[in-house]
Design a protein around this ligand. Structure first.
Ligand SMILES: C[S@@+](CC[C@H](N)C(=O)[O-])C[C@H]1O[C@@H](n2cnc3c(N)ncnc32)[C@H](O)[C@@H]1O
Length: 314
């Protein structure tokens, strides 16, 4: 019998992308990326992940950090961008899907960074955690960890004192078991859209106007790591890294209501998109957040020692 990680590795090795001309996911939409970037760094700059890189560059002094680790890095595109942006000098990358390791190795070579990127094609947690990195990076992979507490404790343990955790991830309900309120908002959004937006991109299918929770069993059968423990990310982050700075980036509309629907948006629909992103902001203020970005610094040795002394004197 295959383990959960073996099944996940096969899933991520085989996973196909939609054809380039259809753009059904939020990270393929310029206006949504600009919206998220504004929430993260204060300016609506272009490009998925650009807001995070700008926030990190303004928040962390002494860049580039010497050495980073990223777990579940996929094809390493995001890590390559961090090196190119001068945020980190070199990376250890952990990735269980063989096909993604191959793609990432090629991407690193094409970027001329093969000497600064070292792939490891297994999960890192079995190895002894030593304080060896200046950066631990999680990008849409922390929500694939079966035990978020273990993954975040590992993150703290492998950081040198004064090192940073940077995260940009799905932090919504485990196994995508959306809240009643999010289902209501997403359904109302879909029902308010003209019929042309509900045309499926895969075939003649019609996208349902009523948004429902997926079956957790089916999700697990497809990929046992999908949103396995995601609703513990924020509480565990705040417990293990009490100094964490968080930016909640919404998603109730752009991720749930507009999933697949996005393929039907054209440039002419920008005013409608802006209105929908306003609804996303309002849902975020109500507490419906699928995504968040975070920066946390592990205290330097002297601060940690002072905190220990204070604890002992109470
Ligand atoms: C949603 S993908 C994100 C990939 C990449 N970070 C990105 O944003 O494009 C999650 C990745 O985590 C990998 N993964 C899942 N569990 C893992 C583990 N325990 N150790 C290393 N990689 C893992 C999967 O194979 C998959 O490539």
């Amino acid at each position: 019998m295959k383990s959960e990680l073996q099944r996940a590795a096969e899933h991520w090795s085989k996973k196909e992308k939609p054809p380039a001309e259809v753009r059904p996911r939020w990270w393929q939409h310029r206006a949504i990326c600009r919206h998220i970037n504004r929430r993260v760094c204060g300016t609506d700059i272009d490009g998925a992940g650009a807001g995070l890189r700008r926030w990190v560059s303004s928040r962390i002094t002494g860049l580039p950090l010497a050495s980073g680790v990223s777990i579940g890095c996929g094809n390493a595109v995001k890590e390559i961008n961090l090196i190119k942006a001068g945020i980190v000098d070199r990376f250890d990358l952990f990735e269980i899907a063989e096909e993604r390791v191959k793609q990432g190795t090629l991407n690193a070579q094409q970027a001329g960074l093969e000497g600064r990127i070292q792939y490891h094609s297994h999960s890192p947690f079995a190895e002894a955690a030593e304080e060896r990195y200046d950066l631990v990076y999680w990008d849409n992979s922390l929500h694939h960890m079966l035990d978020v507490r273990e993954a975040l404790q590992y993150s703290r343990d492998v950081l040198k004192p004064g090192g940073y955790l940077v995260m940009d991830d799905f932090v919504g309900p485990s196994r995508f078991q959306w809240t009643d309120r999010n289902l209501e908002i997403a359904t109302q959004v879909r029902q308010s859209l003209p019929a042309r937006f509900l045309k499926g991109w895969r075939s003649e299918e019609v996208i349902p106007a009523e948004v429902r929770r997926p079956s957790a069993e089916k999700l697990i059968a497809d990929d046992p790591t999908e949103a396995a423990d995601s609703d513990r990310i924020i509480p565990e982050l705040q417990r293990i890294f009490p100094e964490v700075e968080l930016k909640l980036t919404g998603g109730a509309v752009y991720h749930l209501a507009l999933n697949d629907v996005l393929a039907n948006f054209t440039d002419d629909d920008l005013p409608l998109m802006k209105l929908l992103l306003l609804v996303d902001d309002m849902a975020s203020d109500l507490g419906e957040n699928h995504y968040a970005a975070a920066i946390a610094q592990k205290p330097s040795s002297s601060v940690a020692a002072r905190d220990r002394d204070q604890d002992q004197s109470v």
